[in-house]
Write a protein that binds this ligand. Structure first.
Ligand SMILES: Cc1ncc(COP(=O)(O)O)c(C=O)c1O
Length: 380
């Protein structure tokens, strides 16, 4: 990516950019990996409406939203085929769903009867199933701690409850975060890499059998419009399962640093942010304004933003990425007023830090569009 063009130099940092050439290349690669199986866009991984529209124009089908208020907001401006990826207990939003007649366009997620108590039939619901991996007789559990529904019997029982209460059982989702969101090439950790690959191979085999049995059991209760699984890190494996009709993905479009750690694919870094050098505390150290944008998840160095240009810069071990100031080592050539480019560890969380992103093609700014935050929307 061209980071020092005249157009970009005219902007005052802090600011965020998305390189559309990289974004388009990533989109094409996600499509290639899905091998004809539809991809549903995980909106949390962009949080920029214009870019979500571009992904939908580029072949994604439907969205996996992260909250019901988000889905309502999108539906009011005309979007449809919106699946809320996580259960909701937001009574006001659930009321709006039925009162505004948006039930045809939005599907809400459930994994127990208590959630159904808050929803007005005939809403569309999706049944969330635990896709985690268990070993050692269940004592070792790896994967997202989400749905209590794990077996075909449990899924069929909840499906019957859903139908009996007058809801439309629209789909089934089983997200294997231990494969989709865990890199199998962790840098500098060859033993961990072997353990991750072994776990993922066993988990994928177990899940393929169990997911097929669950889908069969639930289809005996109600027809399913979709069976969703996976994420950016598991596309080819999830898409290859005959029981799956679509794969959710989003992070692969921005290509944040956590997604450098996979063998099967290498997204191009498409989202970056620039911070200004505001002081030089000592030789070889430069301090930029801002930067404390750690990613969610287990706190660790891999969650911190990474300085990528100019090359050779490193965060300070004791200060990390600071709330207002971030000192950088290896900065001998940097002067007050220069700028440093960073990548975020995760995808859509970057959009919570900036009101807008500049869209870049070959170093030229071809548009400036609001993030969700810039539209006054902070859903989570
Ligand atoms: C339910 C669900 N599906 C899919 C994904 C994958 O999204 P991404 O491709 O952005 O990693 C996630 C991410 O956390 C998720 O929670």
């Amino acid at each position: 990516m061209i980071l020092d063009s005249r157009a970009l130099n005219s902007l005052d940092p802090p600011f965020a950019v998305v390189d559309l050439d990289a974004f388009d290349a990533n989109l094409a690669d996600l499509m290639r990996r899905a091998n004809g199986v539809p991809l549903r866009l995980a909106s949390k991984s962009l949080r920029v409406r214009e870019l979500a529209d571009q992904a939908l124009c580029g072949g994604f089908r439907g969205m996996l939203c992260f909250t019901l208020p988000e889905a309502l907001w999108l539906a009011r401006s005309g979007a449809s085929d919106l699946v809320v990826g996580y259960p909701t207990v937001d009574r006001a939003a659930l009321r709006q769903l039925s009162e505004e007649g948006l039930q045809e366009r939005i599907t809400v997620m459930v994994d127990c009867a208590e959630q159904l108590d808050l929803i007005e039939p005939p809403a569309r619901v999706c049944l969330d199933v635990d896709a985690g991996f268990r070993a050692l007789g269940g004592r070792l559990r790896i994967g997202a701690k989400r749905s209590p529904v794990r077996t075909p019997q449990q899924a069929a029982a909840l499906a019957r409850e859903i139908v009996a209460r007058g809801f439309v059982l629209d789909g089934l989702m089983a997200y294997e975060g231990q494969i989709a969101g865990v890199g199998d090439r962790p840098p500098g950790k060859p033993l961990l890499a072997l353990a991750v690959r072994g776990m993922q191979a066993l988990s994928a085999r177990e899940l393929a059998t169990r997911r097929a049995a669950i889908v069969e059991a639930v289809r005996e209760v109600a027809p399913l419009r979709f069976v969703n699984g996976g994420g950016t890190g598991s596309i080819e494996r999830t898409a290859a399962e005959p029981a799956v009709t679509e794969v959710a993905a989003g992070s692969g479009l921005f290509g944040p640093t956590l997604f450098d750690a996979y063998r099967a694919f290498s997204p191009r870094p498409a989202a970056l942010f620039a911070l200004p050098v505001v002081r030089v505390p000592s030789a070889g150290v430069a301090t930029v304004l801002g930067g404390g944008y750690p990613a969610s998840g287990p706190a660790g160095r891999d969650r911190l933003p990474r300085p990528v240009a100019p090359p050779g810069l490193k965060l300070d071990r004791s200060e990390g990425a600071g709330e207002v100031q971030t000192p950088l080592h290896g900065a001998g050539a940097l002067r007050v007023g220069d700028r440093v480019w960073f990548r975020h560890a995760k995808a859509g969380e970057l959009s919570e830090r900036f009101p807008e992103v500049h869209l870049i093609r070959r170093g030229e700014i071809v548009g400036t569009v609001p993030t969700y935050r810039g539209e006054g929307k902070t859903f989570l």
